[in-house]
Design a protein around this ligand. Structure first.
Ligand SMILES: *Cc1c(COP(=O)(O)O)cnc(C)c1O
Length: 365
């Protein structure tokens, strides 16, 4: 009997998943890692101290609900702590959100290209991704997304600023979109790069929560707070939904070191803002220099720029790697380059300028 049965099989949609490609990691020290949208600064001093303190307790389980952290976030955002759900990075929080609401056969709408974690998280939750192309400026086409909503649509993912293309939505665009999405469709607004936005009328998902009960806002400590290695992100939503997301969350999903570090980082708003300001200044410098070289790039509102290189993406990434700069190629689409330390950005600009001179005639961009 036992031997007559086939071996354990994976769910077909799991076997077919695209794989998440982590940004390349440097093999030697002189390489600049501009491949994962990390902050180029060392951890905030208060974070180092908090980690040393918290280290003595690692034989204990952490506070399962990260009580201190959620209450500090509640104070910062002006919302009750019950509306906040923390998780092991906002990617994990997104998975818990999808698990809590998606039924088999449900559709999850997303712009594409957008964050590569989305088409992995959706089938894992048993739902079907439906992609709506971004426009030629790399912006969400909210009209097309609204038209793509069907009775099977359970969730719409909105990423602003959009990783990897860069543009951000305005609050009025977002509000108009929310007004036409049916109230039983959850809108997940991923604001991972919110702190870097400098466009007018920036989104503030949390401010829209009282008007739109079907909205969930995702934010993270991985980008502006420089804590990518510790894995802390969170969702903000109405209480009933937040309780559901908490129910699907991995127990003790945010470890004690991460909780302590995030809490410490929240006390450093001035330093965080100063560092973000430096990155934004560098981003704008890089954008201007690229434009000056003849590149046309979508409006960068995160800590990265997008070069729509099409089938030359892999070639550009290889050329950059040979010069000591790791970037993130998306095959046949483009290359995402994170804003790093000024020397790294200078070297990237040099590589981009040389590429432009060598390829402009045939690139057609
Ligand atoms: C980096 C990023 C995140 C953050 O993920 P974490 O799991 O919190 O590190 C979320 N969404 C987008 C679009 C991102 O680029």
């Amino acid at each position: 009997m036992a031997s007559s049965r086939p071996p354990v099989s994976l769910r077909p949609e799991i076997a077919a998943l695209p794989s998440y490609v982590p940004g390349a990691r440097p093999a030697r020290r002189q390489v600049y890692k501009l491949s994962s949208n990390e902050l180029p600064f060392p951890p905030l001093p208060a974070v180092g101290a908090a980690l040393a303190d918290a280290g003595v307790d690692v034989n204990r389980y952490p506070d399962m609900y990260a009580t201190d952290l959620t209450s500090a976030l509640g104070d910062l955002l002006g919302v009750p702590a019950e509306k906040i759900v923390v998780g092991n990075g906002s990617v994990a929080v997104l998975a818990h959100v999808l698990e809590a609401v998606c039924r088999p056969g449900d559709e999850v709408l997303m712009a594409w290209r957008s964050f590569e974690a989305y088409p992995i998280a959706v089938p894992v939750a048993g739902a079907t991704p439906v992609m709506v192309p971004v426009d030629e400026d790399g912006r969400h086409d909210l009209d097309a997304m609204a038209r793509a909503i069907t009775p099977r649509t359970r969730v719409v993912l909105v990423c602003s600023p959009n990783n990897p293309t860069g543009p951000a939505l305005s609050q009025s665009e977002l509000r108009a979109f929310l007004q036409i999405v049916p109230r039983d469709v959850l809108v997940v607004l991923d604001e991972a790069y919110l702190e870097f936005v400098r466009r007018p009328d920036p989104t503030d998902g949390v401010a829209l929560l009282p008007e739109h009960k079907n909205l969930v806002v995702l934010r993270t400590f991985s980008k502006a707070y420089g804590l990518a290695g510790l894995r802390v992100g969170y969702a903000v939503a109405r209480r009933r939904l937040a309780a559901g997301f908490r129910a699907t969350s991995t127990p003790f999903g945010v470890n004690g070191l991460a909780q302590a570090a995030a809490l410490a980082a929240l006390t450093c708003q001035d330093l965080v803002a100063e560092r973000v300001g430096q990155v934004v200044a560098e981003r704008d410098r890089v954008r201007d220099a690229l434009t000056g070289q003849g590149w046309s790039i979508p409006d960068p509102q995160g800590n990265f720029v997008w070069l729509a290189l099409g089938r030359r993406a892999a070639g550009f990434a290889a050329a950059a790697r040979d010069r000591g700069v790791l970037v993130r190629p998306f095959e046949d689409e483009g290359v995402r380059v994170s804003i790093g330390e000024p020397e790294a950005n200078d070297l990237f600009l040099e590589i981009a300028g040389e590429w432009r001179r060598d390829h402009a005639a045939v690139a057609g961009d």
